[in-house]
Design a protein around this ligand. Sequence first.
Ligand code: FAD
Ligand code: E1W
Length: 458
Amino acid sequence: MTSEKLDSRLRGNDEHLTLIGGGLAGALLAILLARRGWSVDVFERRGDPRVEGYAGGRSINLALAERGLHALRQAGADEAVLQQAVMMRGRFVHPLHGEPGLQRYGRDDSEVIWSINRGELNSVLLDIAESHGARLQFDHALEQVDFIDHVATFHHHGARVVRPFRALVGADGAGSTVRAEIAKVQALGERTDWLDHGYKELEIPPAADGSFRIEPNALHIWPRGHYMCIALPNDERTFTVTLFMPHAGAHPSFATVQTGDDAMALFQREFPDALPLIPALHHDFEANPVGNLATLYLDRWHLGGQAVLLGDAAHAMVPFHGQGMNCAFEDCVALAQHLQDSPTLADAFAAFERERKPNAEAIQQMALENYIEMRDKVDHPEYLLQRQLELELQERHPGRFVPHYSMVTFMRVPYAVALHRSDVQRKLLVNATCGLHSLDSVDWETLDAAVVKQLSPL
Ligand code: FAD
Ligand code: E1W
C-alpha cells in the first residue's frame, strides 16, 4: 500500500493503532483490539516465525500462569496454546547433597503452571490476530519516529520505508526503539539496573526410547547458593536448561567458566546428576551466548495520545518469578479496556499507566527477591517449615491468608496488593517458626489472632 492510501484510511478512522513489535505482547494486543473492531497494523523486525521458524530453531520455553492464561482466554487463544503446553505441578528440587523431590505449587492439579514454547505461542497468536483482520508486516524494523509529521521509518530488506501513523504502541521489548524515540522528545526518567548475573541455555534431549529423561510435570531447580540451574519441559520431550550465574568474580562465574571443558568440570562437581542428562553440554555451552538480565524503570510510559509503551519495553524485569510475559499479557488486557472506556487516546494511555505502573514495579521487586529464594533457600529446613506453615494458615484462614506464590501465580490480585500482603505474611511466618524444627510447638492462638488482625479477607 502506498503511504498516501494508508494516510487517507487512517484519517477517517479514530479506532486505529500501529503496534511496533509482533512478539508476545504485540501479537496478543493485536487480537484484543482487532476483535473489538479496531484497525490494527503490526510491524515486526524479524521474519514471520510461522514461515521461518523462531530464534534459530532453539527451543525456548516459558512458564504460563493464571494472569497470562486469563489474558489468552480474553483473546480466545487459551485452547490452542494449552494444547501444546506441558503441565508443571511444582518445583522439583535437586540439592547437591540429599534427596531430590517435588514441592507442589498449589493444593491440587487446578493450581499448576504451564511450560510453553515461545515460538509456537507467538505463531498461534499471530494466526489469530490475522484471522481477526490485523495487518502484520514482518521484516520491518522501526528506526525512527517523527512525532510532528506522524510518520515512522522502517528498515525493510535493505530499504527504508516510511509509514504514517495515528498513535504507536511500543511492544518492541526490552531494547525498545519506540522508547528511545519518545525519549528524544520527552524525558522518560529511564533507569536500567543490570543484574550482575547472566544466563546460558542448554538442552536435555529425550531418552533413547523417546520419553522424558526426568519428571516431565515439574520445573526443575538445582539450587547452589549463589547460582543455580533450572529446567522446563518441552512438548517434544526435551527440557530447556538455564544456568544462572554471576558474570564476574570468584568461581564459579562466567569469567571463570568460559569453555566447554570448564563447563564440563563445573557440572561434574556441582551438578553431577544433571551432567549425564546434557550430552551436548560442551557444544551448547560454547555455541550459545551468555544472556544479560536487567530491571528497567521509567517515570512515564506514554507521550500524550501519540505513543504508549507496554510489556518489556515499559518494565523489563529479571525472570525469576516467571512473570514477565504474564505481566505483559495483563498489560494488554488493561490497555485494550482503557482504550474502550476512555474518550481520547491520551486519557486511555494515562489511565493505563496509572493502573499498571505500581503493579509492574511490585512484580519487578518480587522477581528480584525470588532469585535469592530459588538459588539459596528452597533446600533449607527453615524455608520448608515456613512453606508448611503457610499451607496450614491457608487452611485455617481461607481467603485471608493466601500463600505468596499463589497470589502471584494462581490469582489476579494486583501485584502491588500481593507484594504488600506477602510482606505482612512473611513477618508472621518468620516470627512463628523462629527457632522451631516442626509446627508442633506453634502458638496457634496468638498466631491466628495476628492473622485476623493484620490481614483483611482478600
Ligand atoms: P518481546 O517478547 O521481546 O517482543 C518484542 C518484539 O518486538 C520482538 O518480536 C522483536 O523482534 C520486536 N522488535 C524489537 N525491536 C523492534 C523494532 N525496532 N521494530 C520492530 N519490531 C521490533 N516470562 C514469563 O512470563 N514466564 C517465564 O517463564 C519467563 N522466562 C524467562 C526466561 C528468560 C531467560 C528471560 C530472559 C525472560 C523470561 N520471561 C518469562 C520474560 C518474557 O520473555 C518477557 O517478559 C516477554 O517476552 C515480554 O514480551 P514483549 O512482547 O514485551 O517483548
Ligand atoms: C515459576 C525462569 C523462571 C521461570 C519461572 C520461575 C523461575 C524460578 C524461573 C518461579 C518459581 C515459573 N518460577 N518457581 N518456583 N518457585 N518460584 O513459577 O516460571 Cl528461574
